[in-house]
Design a protein around this ligand. Sequence first.
Ligand SMILES: Cc1ncc(COP(=O)(O)O)c(C=O)c1O
Length: 1023
Amino acid sequence: MDSVLPCMPDTVFDSPPPAFTVEEVAHFAGQHFGISGPARSLESERDQNVQVGDYAVKVSNSAESRAELDLQHAALAHLALADPTLAVPRVAAPGVVEHGGHLLRALTFLPGAPYATVAHSPELRHQLGRFMGRMSRGLQGFGHPAAHKAGFLWNLDNVAAIRPWVADITHDADRAVVERAFRRHQQRVQPLLHLLRGAVVHHDANDYNVLVESVLINGSTTGPIISGLIDFGDMLFARQVNELAVTLAYALLDAPDLVAAGRDVISGYTAEFLLTDDELRVVYDLAATRLAMSIAISSHRRHEFPDNEYLTISQAPALRLLRRLMSMRPEFLYFAAREAAGLQPVPQHDRIVSWLQSPECQPASVLPFDLRRAGRVVISLADGAPATNFPGPVESWEWMQAQMDAAGAQVVVGRYDEDRSCYQGEQFRTDAPEPRSVHTGIDLFIAENTTVHAMLPGVVESVVDNDVAYDYGPTVVLRHATHTGTVDAGTPFWVLYGHLARATLTHVRVGDTVAAGDVVGFIGDHTVNGGWAPHVHVQIMTDLMADPETGFDGNFEGAGEPSRMALWRSLVPDANLLIRLAPETFDDHSADQPSVLQPMRSADLGPSLSISYRDHLSIVRGDGVWLFDHEGRGYLDCVNNVAHVGHAHPHVVAAIARQAAILNTNTRYLHRTILDYAERLAATFPAPLSVVYFTNSGSEANELALRIARTATGRHDIVALDWGYHGNTNDLVEISAYKFNRAGGAGKPPHTHLAELPDPYRGLHGDDGPAYAKSVAVAITAAVAHNGAGPAAFIAESISGCGGQVVFPAGCLAAAYQHARAAGTLCIADEVQVGFGRVGKAMWAFEEHGVVPDIVTLGKPIGNGHPLGAVVTTAPLAAQFANGMEWFNTFGGNPVSCAAGMAVLDVIDHEGLQARALDTGGYLLARFQELATRHAVIGDVRGRGLYLGLDLVTDRSTKEPATRLAADVANRLRERGVLISTDGPHDNVIKIKPPIVFTRADADILCFELDNALSELSSSATH
Ligand SMILES: Cc1ncc(COP(=O)(O)O)c(C=O)c1O
């Protein structure tokens, strides 16, 4: 057999092949094996081979040993059992015979042409890999004494013996590349040798030993398929992985794309036979070793046989392939081998990414502001995109600034994994057919000299100036590790910051330790940053692929070849794992634009539906204390007390989903959930409150409370506090001064009697609680005068929300309850806003007043946004309510609502949220009080837990409400990504009532922005 890379044992090479005539061999064949048929000579360099009928009759070189042939026959017999359909020769009985000093045998003749003679499609290469994988699988468990060929020339472990022959390579450049391949073997393979499995391998799947053939399927000819493998003469016990390495050394010769061709072969091989990670790590190194050995051996032979030109001519393709292999980083090829084997290319990728996604990883902002809350414009740099149509970086930056101004944005974002046409430099050309064009980082375009910050603690790995057009310019690479701060040193990974200013080069030094948030560089301009609009390119690297000889040089690709992106994505995962722009940032959000939704809303929903802020928000997602708009901009939610345990709390979401998938029906059947929930909820109240009714809203709860009170007392009139709000039904609007006394209201109806709002800051009686209670007594008297009997109920929130976050003075509610009860009037506590631990010290705000109401109404936070409300009352009142008219509420108390309510109680308990409300609330109150020392517009700071208010005034002595300023502050904070609202009779009270998962860190954001807004606005305000 002829091969591009001749590879035969030394001694056999030195002995001439036997020289019988074809007729003589055909005669022997009949004589020894009973074989007959047309005979023709087959080419061979070391044996004499003659095809006789369906057999290849082999007359071995006189130097061939019998044991060697026994090995081959035993292997073929083993394969025939292990994989009967594998196309390898079968041995004709009786096996090896001796004839005239030569060993004779007959093997079935395999049809087909050498692999070297046909075009190699990906499919054919894959088949080749598969075939060799089957060979490895089939040879598992096979052993033979003759397989242990000590000092066998071609064994890849034999590099030390071959290496001196490098001196025989004529050209310096060729010698250097072969020498380098041997060094690579020494650096990368030798240390792992003890981990590489041993096995008997064919070891010579060269492109003349592999046969291919076209076949007819359904009447038409297919492309060539692998039809067999011959020549088991190099078979030996060696490294298992050598089989694939040798196969690759030939299969890749002159392949247009090494990685793609390698993927074809390796994916085929590993589909049949799994390799270990260590084997995959060195398979390309060993392929290079095979090529290097082959070149060294043939150069040596040329030295010995100077006339044999073929020996050096055949080196050319091997040298070409070796040069290409050696130009690629060995780790890249290792990752490519893993990818081909169906594994995550970079083995540590998953470990790193899952840490980056873990709660332990809390990255700081890469820019000097909170990117979560920053307005952003995402641009495309794909071929033909508007941003690519500018003559130079100056013009494109002007265009970007105009985009930011129009959108009120602080930063322009360029996408990860985007195929771009802008990478024109030579450095983007590789051995792949296409240049590197797919962006592997995220670009943040922002003014030059803006500081760039470390997102995690780390160490400076490199600081270099990649001073080439289209390149990075000054670049910093930081090394980080997973599980920082634990005994486990963690897995290292790196973050690259590119396109920086030259000042960066002296700002940090290799080996410097940096903390999260530290400045590690400055944005460069186009004269230094490779010629781009000012920006930082940020990317995460799971491996540096440092050169084994020269180490990491501070340069790492920022774009990958489209066909190799599976590899690049594993090497350079999405930088957004650290930058953390909300996913909506990258979505198409045209359908959710406020300009699209607002006209629809006005037309479809009626103009009286209220909406917040001058610039309306299109909110698409909530998470904890954050809301996200259609562009992915985050807003710190400081006002939504409905999302009590945080937006989209997974425990609540799961409880709703689980129950919705099982049953959701009305309460006309027995069901465990409603009972469990009612008992658990009732247990949070003092006796004698023990009976629960479920509704769908706070309004429904208050409606029902009035109905119970009116049924039980036989009276209709109600006493309520001024500025109170109790719900949206007709009855409730009629007892809510906040509605009937404001725009569009019809004024107080005769059956409603208002008592003073007990406001220690603005009320008539300061903090004299009982004095305010007297006005309740007055209202009761008015009711008696109106209906002759008195009011059915006295209703009050436990802290007034719409009244302006007013905390009632001590003794006020207790005295008011005494007056009410003396008049046979029931006491209703509206806890719709303030309940469920929000006030911190108690579960229910009425508890702080030392009173026990007759009826308590619940809503908003009870289901964390799921429509749910409840009335809690006493057993005697419940009995009186059962006057014959049945109570039925289609949706109230359904299993899904109860599951939601139960889950909310779980979270409050498990996460200690009442204590959190107390802690963060106390912290906020203190910070607000500190703000009040610097901002005279803050007239009063008040509240309990996380239910707080700031009463803004134009003049502290007159307490003139600063209504306009309050609105401006709310709108300014919204611009800065913080949501608050205003309330109170004069709409001048800043209302703070966030989800109670709110932390001190969240409180700091609120106070920082509030401080800024007050500074900026109070000087210029007209109030
Ligand atoms: C104190 C109070 N009670 C009752 C309600 C009515 O609740 P809902 O809007 O769920 O009907 C509200 C709503 O804002 C409220 O603030």
